[in-house]
Ligand binder design. Structure first.
Ligand code: TYM
Length: 348
């Protein structure tokens, strides 16, 4: 915890979100959901902590024209994925972003705090808008301000994410600090990103220098949470590697990104550090290591995808869970928004 969060004495609270943009990957699981479950069950630094997890449907419409029915399905499927992987809606507050309107309301205030220059520097904006930024939506540009609002409407102090979200959390800190400074208050916490574990950046199975992503055109590059046992085993068997056996230490993987990625995946799935993982598999050839990794991945992932499919048969129950989550969330978010409006000078 930083000095700042300690000094201002904010009660620790964890928040994180995932876009319902279709198809959870092993990257989402190891980099995010599995760690959400750990924090829910094991707390933060050994202390129990309140956890809030969110499907960010308002973010999912920033990129391209979407099909409304598909978005609805993806949101419910993501909710099923959270629950199947171990997020317990009784222990964590589990919500869909648009059902808690204070996220979008606070985002407007933050649009007026954040500076254009800050947004222009976001690598995700540059990657997604590309050369065609004139044609990108205003929502895509303002995306990080909504993300800051997601976090700060809960006064969340800790945000578990994969490495690719680090810059957005830094921006969240800048927005909180500028708001506090501009209005002379100590109202929003300076949130800490929690980027921990061996698998905070799971890479493509076809190219160990590229992030594993649901938007990669090659399905062989990723493991989807809905892949069956055969597909998982086949993708790991075909994963790009090199002819060398696995080295004794992580140092020996420095220039072997594909091998390093598989070791990280092994560590993430086994819940051990990358150092312990390499110690366990040192000297193995890929012909031995890959089938073992495939068995492990199937053992961990197949029950989750089966449970997701089962939960998706009762979407009324999923909707009921999300409605309950939204009511619980609003007990936190409504007073924070009210106080923000007071600080900013809104009448009412
Ligand atoms: P999204 O939906 O792209 O990804 C969700 C989470 O999965 C992690 N992740 C990965 N981790 C390791 N290796 C990978 N290959 C990999 N791919 C994805 C991401 O780092 C993320 O933690 N902007 C966010 C969603 C968001 C959010 C928030 C997150 C909106 N509001 C507030 C935290 C707090 C996003 O697009 O994540």
């Amino acid at each position: 915890m930083t000095e700042q969060t300690q000094r201002t004495g904010f009660t620790p609270r964890v928040f994180s979100g995932i876009q319902p943009s279709g198809g959870l990957t092993l990257g989402n699981y190891l980099g995010a959901i599995k760690r959400f479950v750990d924090m829910q069950d094991r707390g933060l630094n050994g202390q129990p902590v309140e956890t809030v997890y969110c499907m960010v449907d308002l973010h999912a419409i920033t990129a391209k024209l979407h099909d409304p029915e598909t978005l609805r399905r993806n949101t419910r499927e993501l909710c099923a994925g959270f629950i199947a992987a171990g997020v317990d809606p009784e222990k964590s507050v589990l919500i869909n972003q648009s059902q808690v309107p204070e996220h979008a309301q606070l985002a407007w205030i933050f649009n007026c705090v954040a500076r254009m220059g800050w947004m222009q520097r976001m690598t995700q904006w540059k990657d997604k808008a590309g050369k065609n930024s004139e044609n990108a939506s205003l929502g895509l540009f303002a995306y990080p301000a909504l993300m800051a609002a997601d976090i700060l409407i809960y006064h969340a102090t800790h945000v578990p994410v994969g490495e690719d979200q680090k810059q957005h959390i830094e921006l969240t800190r800048d927005i909180a600090a500028k708001f506090n400074h501009d209005y002379g208050v100590d109202f929003f916490p300076i949130t800490e990103p929690v980027i921990e574990g061996a698998a905070t950046r799971v890479m493509s199975l076809r190219d160990g220098t590229k992030k594993m992503s649901k938007s990669d055109p090659s399905d062989a590059s990723r493991i989807n949470m809905t892949d069956d046992a055969d597909a998982i085993a086949k993708k790991i068997r075909k994963a790009k590697t090199d002819p060398e056996p696995l080295p004794e230490t992580l140092d020996g993987l420095k220039d072997r990104p594909d091998a390093r990625n598989l070791v990280n995946i092994f560590a993430g799935l086994s819940d051990i550090s990358a150092e312990d993982a390499i110690a366990q598999v040192a000297g193995q050839q890929f012909g031995q290591f890959k089938p073992m990794l495939a068995d492990l991945a199937v053992a961990k992932l197949a029950p989750i995808s089966e449970e997701m499919a089962r939960l998706m048969q009762d979407t009324a129950e999923i909707d009921a869970i999300l409605n309950r989550g939204a009511s619980r969330a609003r007990e936190i978010t409504a007073p924070v928004l009210k106080r923000t409006y007071d600080i900013v000078g809104m009448v009412g």
